[in-house]
Design a protein around this ligand. Sequence first.
Ligand code: PLP
Length: 456
Amino acid sequence: MPTQRPGPVNRDPVFHREVGRDYPVVDRAEGAYVYDSRGRRYLDAAGGIFVVNIGHGVREVVDAMAAQAGRAAFAHTTVFTSEAELGFAQKLVDLAPSGFTKAWICTSGSAANETALKLAREYQLIKGHPERTKIIARWNSYHGSSLGALSMTGQPRRREPYLPYLQDFPHIEPPYCYRCPFDLTYPGCGLACARALEAAIEEAGPDTVAAFIAEPISGGPLGTIVPPKEYFPIIREICDRHGILMIVDEVITGVGRIGHNFGIDHWGTVPDIITAAKGIGGGYVPVGAMLVHERVYAAFEDAGRSFRHGETFTGHPVICAAGAAVLDYVRDHGLIARSAAMGRVLGSLLQRLHDIPIVGDIRGEGLLWGIELVRDKAARAPFPRERAVAEKVAKVAFETGLLVIAGTGCADGVRGDTISLSPPLTLSEAQAGELVDALETALRTVSVVEMAVARA
Ligand code: PLP
């Protein structure tokens, strides 16, 4: 007799992400659509979770992976490199801003950020600054689940259980104009959010800071906040003045997601290190990459010093073959320009959602869009967390055959609901229309109930 337990129960052998929940089983996926084992079809406006940049089921990528697996699935990078690794690295640095010459290939966004964090430390050691150990990051950012990446991550709810394990890195406020943390309005604000980096450096002790890390456009809980055009140039100037490396986390924005090769191109700023992951593998393989500017790499060569880091699957040939095929597909189908063009189409279709009572803000760039949900538009008041409004919208959308990303905590780390959209860059106009129709239905359905509860 199974023992009776008080909590919700799931009998699958998988340790699922949420206890007691039954998960639908994915059967197959093609283009912009995913099908479950009951035969139901979903338009993948989430792109999995900011991942499926070239669409599902692209034969060229599958063939490239099979060919590499058949030829040499594995050779350890302490001994060998591979044509696949050389090719993928070259394609990545060719897409990066001028001056980027090296790519380190790993297996996730967390691993890419962990690698960048350690590289920043090694760089500062080489430069004779052993006391530069801190990485400044931003509140409500997400940089990954491993402990270094989580130390940089600024989401209180994700950090809270693990605080005893984390590095005490400083965090500054994000460039969140809809809810300006400084109660200012752009452009009169003078970019207080960017200048806050200077104050954080002073407070931490300028000689103790190794690097600053930021997402060009925040995904996760903040729901696609696009910093003003002056933001990253100011950050660059402050980093330079203090000898601090500028790391941009492009796990969501690279490659092509916002209509540029890398997101930082939107600001015309050249960082020192770029991390990427999700979209560069398109979901075909678990992948991450750290791209390094020549001026940083040169410090290692000049000192004759190697980077003391690496994992078993660093530079894995099949991952690299898949990544190279994904980047070829992006190039051959003009998907970066398409992301910019279809982003304008999707952005203008989304505008009609403004008249839904719970829609507070709609923001985005390229094919990365976010919708912030509020209880009171004028006051920009968030819903209480217990109402789980973002999750409800995602659930209703799912039931009507649309996948979206629910985010929480944008307003104060706990309250604040967002819906993010990150469809394949292959999205057609008809699919953009289908997406917005289904999303409108979900938002209106939840709006009726939640506004009635809010008024009661
Ligand atoms: N950085 C950003 C901006 C992300 O959105 C994510 C994942 O959502 C990560 C890093 C971590 O990537 P991964 O989940 O592949 O470890």
